[in-house]
Ligand binder design. Structure first.
Ligand code: SF4
Length: 321
């Protein structure tokens, strides 16, 4: 008989890598094969240190700005979060080989914003200031053509007349579903003529991971989100668990981040992972709990995912063309 206390682990599904993250990592790996190292990657390709370190060991060089890459014909990969239009233009001007790993679901938002702008509409972007995706989306249009709104209070504070006809909104892909619904409702109440996406811009992966946490959280006294502090979708998962009443909901990158005093005396623990966290780190976390508890693991599945994005054309094998 084990003298460890019992712990029921409810493992959320879907969790972890989304199709955009898988593609972004594949892009860097394919570029390393095609061009050989070094391959420059602007910004963390995805927000996960484990993934970034693994790619560094293979020859990827991570930079924050293009001017950190030397002039010449080396490849530069743009991260899954997307970049402002000025970035590929600057790469072209310096004869760098630009490879775009922007998630197609982020590119879709870029195109929506462009279409609204072409139709003469002021674009309101719902998102978090400073996030790379927000910087990239705002950078699709000239300065002043996009206004950022983060909260319902921001909507109330917009210096626009209520009858402003030519308005539209788009959103960051990794937001809280519930908070965004509140901001959209506030926009529609204040600007009844505002144009918006037919279906929201929050992506399938963000939606599915939040729904899975909503399902398990009411049964759990604790929940661990495996993910990085700068990962928007991971932070949102932690908030969803907290709002659902989990006594302790924490974002951890590795098992060594767990504060075992906080996670003592648990009966049921929820486990999930943000869209940029690899499954090996989920296993590491479960193993760490198994050292202290007699764990049983149940998977709670709320959706099936089969989304796949092919590599950019320039990296596809000739046979796949
Ligand atoms: S979280 Fe969504 S938008 Fe972001 S990379 Fe994944 S699928 Fe694309």
């Amino acid at each position: 008989m084990s003298d460890k206390p019992p712990l029921r682990i409810l493992l959320c599904a879907p969790r972890g890598f989304c199709a955009g993250v898988v593609r972004a990592i594949d892009v860097v790996e394919a570029a390393l094969v095609r061009f050989g190292p070094p391959v420059y990657v602007r910004h963390e390709i995805v927000h996960n240190r484990y993934v970034v370190d693994a790619l560094k060991r293979k020859g990827a060089v991570f930079i924050e700005e293009l001017d950190e890459a030397p002039d010449g014909d080396r490849p530069v990969v743009f991260s899954a979060h997307g970049v402002a239009k000025s970035v590929p233009a600057a790469a072209k001007a310096r004869n760098l080989i630009a490879i775009d790993a922007t998630c197609p679901l982020v590119t879709k938002v870029h195109r929506e914003a462009e279409i609204h702008h072409k139709r003469g509409r002021l674009v309101l972007l719902i998102g978090h200031a400073g996030h790379p995706e927000v910087i990239g989306t705002m950078g699709q249009l000239p300065e002043g053509a996009v206004l950022l709104v983060e909260t319902v209070a921001d909507v109330a504070a917009l210096a626009l007349p209520a009858d402003a006809a030519e308005l539209a909104y788009v959103t960051q892909t990794t937001l809280s579903i519930d908070d965004t619904a509140d901001v959209v409702a506030a926009l529609k109440a204040r600007f009844p003529l505002i144009h918006g996406p037919h279906k929201e811009d929050i992506c399938y992966a963000t939606t599915n991971r939040q729904e899975a946490v909503k399902r398990v959280a009411p049964e759990c006294d604790g929940l661990v989100v495996v993910g990085a502090p700068n990962s928007s979708n991971s932070q949102r998962l932690r908030e969803v668990a907290e709002r659902a009443g989990c006594r302790v909901a924490r974002l951890v990158q590795r098992a060594t981040d767990i504060d075992w005093d906080e996670f003592s005396g648990l009966a049921t623990l929820g486990v999930t992972a943000g869209a940029s966290a690899p499954e090996i780190l989920v296993e590491e976390i479960i193993d760490a709990f198994a050292e202290r508890y007699a764990v049983t693991v149940e998977t709670v599945s709320t959706a099936d995912e089969s989304v796949f994005f092919p590599l950019p054309r320039e990296l596809r094998a000739p046979a796949a063309e």
